[in-house]
Design a protein around this ligand. Structure first.
Ligand SMILES: [Zn+2]
Length: 279
């Protein structure tokens, strides 16, 4: 599933090509009504056609296309979920597999939405809050301090891994970067969030920001379906320290990376670098 670094990479890829462009056409594939939340495809198209894309913001794993024209501002919100991708193509480019929606722009460019499992969503809202109000702090914002992380973890008697992945606690982190951040911070994934010491919270805060920034620098992680705005894979999957490295030696201490389930999700960690402290 695309997480913050992957969605941010797509945002940066699309930005120079779509900002300032007007939307001239919208096509929804047959049987793809789910990806536009069951809205009538003609109604969905009417909300977009004639508007101009003024910018793209990202909040957590959501992309928000800011639209002008036709009266009040609106936003096209996109969430890729498991297997969604947003691709910048020309009409003559070969068809993409699992194509669900095509947004045509006034220079001929197509913004294509492909999604094997059709779990992703595209919808039009009046304000970003309608899409992202429930999200926790943005981990790469200057306002996200160690104190803000401590606040997000306080009173949470749940495994730290599960809390890091809870979008209401912190926006944008999924399975890959939760495992990587906890390894970098030397915190066991099953530790209860509200029992982390101030020193551990501080380490985790730095680790989260470093891990996410490094992954953006490497254009995201392509373990399975993720591709960037041009359909290319990222390279951060080659740099991960624990994620899906079960049985391989820890780069720090040589112990075998272990896999356990936390909150129903496969979790990878180093039993020596991230000792369990029973609480
Ligand atoms: Zn280790």
């Amino acid at each position: 599933m695309p997480e913050l670094p992957e969605v941010e990479t797509i945002r940066r890829d699309l930005l120079p090509h779509v900002v300032g462009r007007a939307i001239t056409g919208v096509r929804i594939a047959p049987n793809a009504g789910r990806v536009i939340n069951g809205v009538d495809p003609d109604d969905f198209a009417a909300l977009l056609i004639g508007r101009r894309i003024d910018g793209i913001a990202r909040r957590g794993k959501y992309l928000l296309f800011r639209l002008s024209g036709k009266g009040a501002a609106a936003y096209l919100a996109v969430h890729l979920r498991m297997t969604g991708s947003l691709l910048l193509r020309q009409p003559a480019d070969p068809p993409d597999r699992y194509l669900r929606a095509v947004i045509s722009l006034d220079d001929g460019t197509e913004l294509r939405y492909a999604d094997l499992r059709k779990l992703g969503r595209l919808w039009v809202v009046d304000s970003p809050e309608q899409a992202v109000a429930a999200l926790g702090p943005e981990p790469l914002d200057a306002a996200f301090t160690a104190a803000a992380l401590r606040q997000a973890l306080a009173h949470r008697r749940a495994p730290i891994k599960a809390v890091l992945m809870d979008q209401r606690a912190l926006a944008g982190i999924g399975n890959i970067y939760a495992d990587e951040a906890l390894f970098a911070a030397r915190v066991h994934p099953r530790r209860l969030a509200n029992t982390l010491t101030p020193a551990e919270v501080k380490r985790l805060h730095g680790a989260i920001r470093r891990v996410l920034s490094d992954a953006i620098d490497n254009r995201g992680s392509s373990f399975r379906d993720y591709v960037d705005g041009a359909g290319r894979e990222g390279t951060h999957q080659l740099r991960v320290k624990v994620f899906r490295r079960t049985g391989q030696p820890c780069y720090v201490c040589g112990a075998e990376i272990a896999r356990i389930k936390v909150g129903g999700r496969s979790t990878h960690f180093c039993p020596r670098c991230q000792p369990a402290i029973l609480t």
